[in-house]
Ligand binder design. Structure first.
Ligand SMILES: *Cc1c(COP(=O)(O)O)cnc(C)c1O
Length: 372
């Protein structure tokens, strides 16, 4: 039996007709950049997340970059984020010649530890970027308390967390802006790159709308220096067609996670692996199902050999990346992120998995630990 890490073909086949007809509509319209389809998607997603405004952009990375630009992040400023995330979260800070300041994570949730936040705020701190990693919201009460005390805005990296919620409040609703990605492997994935920024702030939304078109309010009149970061109508059409299924796909991811928990327990594997920990107020959307084990590399190789997709998100914490040597972080400085990076392994969790496939994954992991 083969179990890929993600099976986008299965999802495509399930809604092929609708997708193809919406793509054909765009071809007939011949309007490809921004326009009414993007506006409609922005309205849909703003309503879904619970913010008055949503601004479609070219990627999740650009959603983060444009948010920092709109907040006026400049060379020499500091922006706080986590070392255990996709590179983009920190890369956008450096793109603006600001300095990423890394704060360690909580070992259970892999998310920013609010206890360590205050100590890292200086008078040059211009923003905090918590990441809702793998689809679980960070401790936004704790983070917001510290941020408010120091008057520092929050940019949520919600790229993996569309539909995630904490105490009933959806990701993208907590910060000054929320940043989402439509990269094909995200829970709501396009046919290429795309992203959206959510915000409650009308003025900021207008600024973001200008920044995504070279800082212009009307053609060829530029009041700001922006960039080209627009969402395509084709992507908007694909995303609009997929959107009605998002909640049922999310529920499938969640029931797969529950099935895993049951199967791991039945197989007597809870001594060998740690399963994802969900805080009680969180609605986890499982963009990834990430376990921990101290035999990670061997287990990964074994699963691959048995036809089971798996991946290490993320093997090297950002403060120890080659490109960040100039920041002078040392090994041991952010111990939780460093430890976790050695132990995590993400398993297939996509909605179309069958019970037989889930069972095969767990039985194969059981075989591995019996052999080792
Ligand atoms: C995917 C992702 C991004 C970047 O999104 P792109 O659309 O690929 O640019 C940023 N942060 C996190 C945590 C992500 O998972």
């Amino acid at each position: 039996m083969d179990v890929p890490l993600l099976d986008l073909k299965a999802q495509f086949q399930s809604i092929r007709q609708e997708l193809m007809s919406s793509i054909e509509d765009v071809c007939h319209e011949q309007g490809f950049v921004l326009g009414p389809r993007v506006e409609r998607l922005e309205e849909t997603l703003g309503k879904f997340c619970g913010t008055a405004h949503a601004v479609g952009v070219a990627s999740g990375s650009d959603a983060l970059l444009l948010s920092l630009m709109a907040l006026g992040v400049s060379p020499g400023d500091e922006v706080i984020t986590v070392p255990f995330t996709f590179f983009s979260t920190a890369g956008v800070i450096s793109r603006l010649q600001a300095k990423p300041v890394f704060v360690d994570i909580c070992p259970d949730t892999f998310n920013l530890d609010p206890e360590q936040l205050a100590d890292n705020i200086t008078d040059r701190t211009k923003a905090i970027i918590p990441v809702h990693l793998f689809g679980q919201c960070a401790d936004m009460e704790g983070i917001s308390r510290v941020a408010a005390l120091h008057g520092v805005p929050i940019v949520e990296d919600a790229c993996q967390a569309i539909g995630a919620a904490r105490s009933g409040v959806r990701a993208g609703c907590f910060g000054t802006t929320g940043c989402f990605s439509f990269f094909p492997s995200k829970n709501l994935g396009g046919f290429g790159d795309g992203g959206v920024i959510t915000t409650h702030d009308a003025k900021l939304a207008n600024q973001l709308r200008a920044l995504r078109v070279h800082g212009s309010r009307s053609d060829y009149h530029h009041h700001l220096i922006g960039m080209n970061s627009r969402l395509d109508a084709l992507q908007a059409a694909v995303l609009q067609s997929k959107f009605p299924y998002l909640e049922q796909w999310t529920e499938k991811r969640r029931s797969n996670a529950q099935a895993y928990a049951h199967l791991f327990q039945q197989a007597g594997l809870l001594e060998c692996v740690s399963l994802p920990v969900v805080e009680s107020s969180n609605y986890h959307v499982y963009n990834q199902y990430t376990i921990r084990t101290n035999q990670r590399d061997q287990l990964s190789a074994y699963l691959t050999k048995q036809g089971i997709g798996n991946k290490i998100y993320y093997p090297v914490p950002l403060h120890l990346q080659e490109c960040y040597q100039f920041l002078s972080y040392e090994k041991g400085q952010l111990p939780v992120a460093e430890q976790v990076a050695q132990e995590v392994l993400s398993l297939p969790i996509y909605p179309e998995l069958s019970p037989e496939q889930l069972n095969y994954v767990v039985q194969t992991i059981k075989d591995f630990f019996e052999l080792s």
